[in-house]
Design a protein around this ligand. Sequence first.
Ligand SMILES: [Zn+2]
Length: 136
Amino acid sequence: MSRRHHPRKVVAPPAFKGYRPYGTSVDSQGEVELLYEEYEAIKLADYDGMLHREACMLMGISRPTFARIYESARRKIAHALVEVKTIKSVYGNASFDKNWFSCKSCHALFTMPRQIDDKTCPMCHTEEIIFINEPK
Ligand SMILES: [Zn+2]
């Protein structure tokens, strides 16, 4: 039973389900679970070059909480690299402003109003789409 935290605002879910090592003589030694909010923290701080005090406001959390999530993300990624682990992206405590869907067939990531009746993938038009705004 995991404790529910205050939701962390995430703009968009990661556009991948995971990363797998290749070109190694060692078989992948298990996996690390990177939470959506950890991905977001890395993206904001290291990719967008945002200051922590700006990034925490965007995610609707305190600066110490942001720092903890960011540290956790970096530790997990470092472990994955050094210990040849697969990185798997998982939901965590994310909250989104938009309704996000992913396509089972072409893996496209897109938003649309949830109340639309005809829900198909805008890329390949399959009906095999998954609503991803909630933990699996
Ligand atoms: Zn599709």
